[in-house]
Design a binder for this molecule. Structure first.
Ligand code: FES
Ligand code: FE2
Length: 440
């Protein structure tokens, strides 16, 4: 339980708020590069600011304020030029640094372009990496954009999967240090949606939480596992400040504003060894819906089950009303660390986990329960039998709504069809594998 004041500290992300300013010290993935295959400009809201993301004709990405400074036209209606974005109302043009580079009529009247030279709009640094567009909205200089080791994995198919989730970012991130929910949200709930009489899956017996440079590691031991299980020996990474790393995918929860969050997954599926060498030419990105055509919440897929849980906690969950127990030790550690960080940064200290040395920013290691498999690959048979990774040969279980063309590209990469059935009608060994895999 927290005071209202402390809950506000964790949840308010607009400009000038302690948490908003803190999170702006980090790079955040905000869109898919492939979104700009077909379009050049789109509006985007981040940390309570309305912005426009564009890719100009030279291929440079830019992120600038949404309103034109001339007479407030919407730059989302703008069009791109060789180097920048031009307002569709009177043609003022801005480059990716926000500098006005052309004011057509003004420069006829004043050849010295004095008004243009002093016109500069808010602009943030953006970069493309691993099929994602990343934004840095903090003070200069920007830290390194982390080169996490999985971004350099080979012989695999990556995809960027997004959704807009109508609730505050922090309750989404608390889920990154909440092992117990797997058993209920992803295992037992999945079972009960198919069979109201299904038995509960093996329960958790122990959990352990450790802090390290780039966040926390949680470990868990379940009733059907022993201490050799990689979930106990290696565990999973609560990636600081708003990520989750599970070995075969990342998740980030990026604040849109106080009551909306961009969920972005980067999922990497190794192709079977029989398909090697495989070089992915194009990383697709897509948005999935959170509700079905009847307005009901979609709860069939792993991320969708999480979304329902998070949104169900309230737009900004009320932490003055909660009953924390032993299952929430990680969550208490996470909150405490954030409070300490906010204080430390207010005193001028460097935020946790930033990479500032470019020489150190290469293939940055994160603990992973399936690192050997991701580095070395597996035969089709071994992959199919793998408790964590095998399910992806049968379906994209990560999130509902994968477009047909992404599925086809994935099938071509792995050299087989997937069956598209999220809920298996047969019980038994395969179902058990599924339960193991539903560990978002
Ligand atoms: S409002 Fe944008 S150029 Fe006039
Ligand atoms: Fe989950």
């Amino acid at each position: 339980m927290l005071s209202q004041e402390k809950n506000n500290l964790l949840t308010q992300v607009g400009p000038g708020t302690p948490m908003g300013d803190y999170l702006r010290r980090y790079w955040h993935p905000v869109a898919g590069v492939s979104e700009f295959d077909q379009k050049s400009v789109r509006p985007i809201r981040l940390f309570g600011e309305d912005l426009v993301l564009f890719k100009d004709l030279s291929g440079t990405f830019g992120l600038v304020q949404r309103r034109c400074p001339h007479r407030n036209a919407d730059l989302a209606f703008g069009f791109v030029e060789q180097c920048g974005l031009r307002c569709a109302y009177h043609g003022w043009e801005f480059d990716a640094s926000g500098q006005c580079t052309h004011q057509p009529y003004e420069e006829i009247v004043d050849v010295d372009a004095r008004l243009r030279q002093k016109t500069k709009i808010t602009a943030y640094e953006v970069r493309a990496k691993a099929g994602m567009i990343w934004a840095y909205m903090g003070p200069a200089p920007a830290p390194e954009l982390p080169d996490w080791e999985p971004f350099n994995y080979t012989n695999g198919f990556a995809q960027v999967v997004m959704a807009e989730v109508p609730c505050n970012w922090f309750q989404c991130q608390e889920n990154s240090i909440d092992p117990i929910h797997f058993e209920w949200t992803h295992n037992n709930w999945t079972e009960r949606q198919q069979d109201s009489q299904s038995e509960h899956v093996p329960t958790h017996l122990r959990t352990l939480y450790e802090e390290f440079d780039y966040g926390f590691i949680y470990k868990r031991l379940r009733a059907h596992e022993n201490e050799e299980n990689p979930m106990w020996t290696t565990g999973r990474v609560t990636l600081w400040p708003n990520g989750f790393y599970l070995g075969h995918h990342f998740e980030w929860r990026v604040p849109i504003d106080d009551e909306n969050t961009l969920s972005l997954l980067w999922v990497f599926n190794k192709v079977p060894k029989e398909q090697e060498p495989y070089v992915q030419q194009h990383i697709p990105s897509w948005y999935g819906p959170v509700r079905d055509e009847n307005g009901e919440w979609i709860t069939s897929h792993v991320a969708n089950q999480d979304f329902a849980a998070w949104v169900g906690q309230g737009a900004i969950t009320d932490r003055t009303k909660e009953t924390l127990g032993a299952s929430d030790r990680g969550i208490v550690m996470l909150r405490r660390r954030f409070f300490e960080e906010l204080e430390a940064v207010a005193e001028g200290k460097t935020p946790k986990g930033l990479i500032t040395d470019s020489a150190a920013n290469h293939n940055v290691y994160l603990p992973s329960a399936c690192r050997d498999e991701m580095l070395n690959g597996m035969t089709r048979e071994a992959l199919a039998a793998h408790p964590l990774l095998g399910a992806y040969l049968r379906d994209f279980i990560g999130q509902y709504g994968q477009p047909e063309e992404v599925r086809e590209a994935y099938e071509a990469a792995i050299g087989q069809k997937v069956n598209r059935a999220r809920f298996f009608s047969v019980h038994g060994a395969r179902q058990k594998d599924e339960r193991e895999t539903e560990t978002s």
